[in-house]
Structures are given as structure tokens and as C-alpha cells.
Design a binder for this molecule. Structure first.
Ligand SMILES: [Zn+2]
Length: 282
């Protein structure tokens, strides 16, 4: 069994989906692909293919309300200042942040996305990755919205992000709930329903569970770690449901249920489809 790429503890087989095998670390609870894609392979995909295949959900504005929610959540904890968004796509989050008064900068590897962000919105976006970014400006806030789980080595990204944060700077990360998605899939495998449910589930390079994220950010020099269920995007950008209205109803109902469990359990049980974490640089 391949050991955990983060903490090197032994990892046990957890599940297989198509040709991909995922292991789960017995130490830190990271769920990871047994055969991991290289940094260069992942980067090539985001540089060349991502915009054409996946930018529709950005263009259709399905995350606009989510972005306002994220900015309000951050605004409750930080005074308006400098904000860096990693994997910013075409810059819709930056546009929303700018409207609220933030001085914004983005980092994005896709050439088409960067061109759109620069030409259409006049945004300051660096074409490349966080590792390639040499600017030494200091930021009050750094955001990773559905980005970090795609990375080859998230710990390097967070280490670099930390170095770019001002003292007591805030990090915000949104990611699919690895705890929920992997358990539903394993249950579906046992019940013979895997083919029906897999399209609703998300497995990237890594599946982050609350347990892993808490330990990971603490190891990386962050404190005040708060993990919450994150609201869903609007409508049905991935075309998984029969209609927009039906998708809205299902997603909102599930989120309300997850929020109720979160409150009742004192934030200990998090079963939403997406999670978000905020933490402060120590
Ligand atoms: Zn581990």
C-alpha cells in the first residue's frame, strides 16, 4: 500500500472508481489517489483544457450568490484590505470582491481565463501558479475556492500562501466534503448503486475530510480554524438534475438539513456537499 503523501503513515485501500483507486491515510485521514498525477500533468490540463470544458458554470453566474456569501463571511472577520484569489478562473469572485472595496489580485494558469479577466474586467491576474508567482506583496486574505483539492501538493500551496499573508492574515478554503462523498460512494458500491450516484459525487486528486483539514492547517501554522458547511452554487451548472428549479430545491433542502445538524452538533458533524474553512496565520 502506498503511504500517505502528506504524513507518510500507511494508507489503506478505500475505494475504486473506474480506473482510479483511492487510499485513506490511517494517520491524518487524507484520502488520496493511489497513483497520483504529477504537478506538470495537472498544470497542463488547467492551462490548456480547463477553460473550454468547465468555464460554463463560471460564465452562467451560478456562483454569484456564493461569492457574496464568502465575502460577507470574510468581512465579518477582516477589515477590507488586499485579497488574493488562487485559481481565480475568469475573475468573477474578484469582481464581486472589488465591488465591496477589496484591492484584488488573482492567480490563474489558464491563458483564456486570464485574458477574459484582464480584457473584460480589467483585473490584475498573474498567469501561472502560486509556486511561479514571485511577487512579494503581502495580503490580508487569500482564498482558494474549489481549487486546493486539484493540486498535486496542497501543502506546498498553503506554505506559499502563508508566506504571502500578513501577520494574522486570513485564509479561506472551499472544497467538496470528502467525508460525505466518499462514504456515499462506498455505501452505493455495497448496494450496487454506484453507477447511479457517481455523477453526483466529486473525487479529485484528494478528498479532504474535516479531520484532515483541521490537522493540516494547524501543522501549516494556522489557528482559529473554523470549518462549516458551505452553501451550494445556484441552479444546475453541471446539468445533473431534470430542471433548474428541481436542482435548486434539492440543493437548498440538503444544505438546510446539513446546517441544522451543524448547529445542533456544535459544528462537530458536517454533512454538507461542500465545506469551507477559515483560519488565521499564527
Ligand atoms: Zn496522512
Amino acid at each position: 500500500m502506498k503511504s500517505c503523501p502528506y504524513c507518510c503513515s500507511p494508507g489503506d485501500f478505500y475505494f475504486r472508481i473506474f480506473s482510479r483507486i483511492y487510499n485513506r491515510c490511517s494517520g491524518c485521514d487524507l484520502i488520496y489517489k493511489q497513483t497520483q498525477d504529477s504537478y506538470d500533468k495537472i498544470l497542463t490540463h488547467y492551462r490548456e483544457d480547463y477553460f473550454g470544458r468547465y468555464s460554463a458554470d463560471q460564465v452562467e453566474g451560478s456562483r454569484n450568490k456564493l461569492f457574496d456569501y464568502v465575502l460577507d463571511l470574510i468581512g465579518e472577520r477582516k477589515k477590507i484590505g488586499r485579497l488574493l484569489d488562487v485559481g481565480t478562473g475568469s475573475g468573477f469572485f474578484l469582481v464581486a470582491a472589488q465591488k465591496k472595496g477589496w484591492e484584488v489580485k488573482g492567480i490563474e494558469p489558464s491563458k483564456q481565463s486570464v485574458e477574459k479577466a484582464q480584457r473584460q474586467y480589467g483585473l490584475d491576474v498573474f498567469k501561472g501558479t502560486l509556486r511561479e508567482y514571485n511577487g512579494n506583496g503581502q495580503f490580508d486574505v487569500i482564498t482558494f475556492i474549489n481549487v486546493l483539492e486539484h493540486s498535486a501538493e496542497p501543502w506546498k500551496e498553503i506554505e506559499r500562501a502563508r508566506s504571502l499573508l500578513k501577520p494574522e492574515g486570513l485564509i479561506f478554503i472551499r472544497f467538496p466534503n470528502g467525508f460525505l462523498h466518499t462514504r456515499i460512494y462506498r455505501l452505493a458500491l455495497k448496494c450496487g448503486l454506484a453507477n447511479r450516484v457517481h455523477k453526483f459525487l466529486v473525487f479529485h486528486q484528494f478528498c479532504f475530510t474535516p479531520k484532515f483539514i483541521r490537522r493540516f492547517l494547524s501543522d501549516c501554522g494556522f489557528s482559529g480554524i473554523i470549518i462549516l458547511n458551505s452553501p451550494p452554487s445556484e441552479g444546475d451548472p453541471a446539468k445533473l438534475f431534470y430542471s433548474y428549479i428541481f436542482a435548486q430545491y434539492i440543493k437548498r433542502s440538503f444544505h438546510l438539513m446539513a446546517k441544522a445538524i451543524e448547529v445542533i452538533s456544535g459544528r462537530k458533524i458536517l454533512v454538507g456537499t461542500s465545506l469551507e474553512v477559515i483560519a488565521i496565520k499564527r
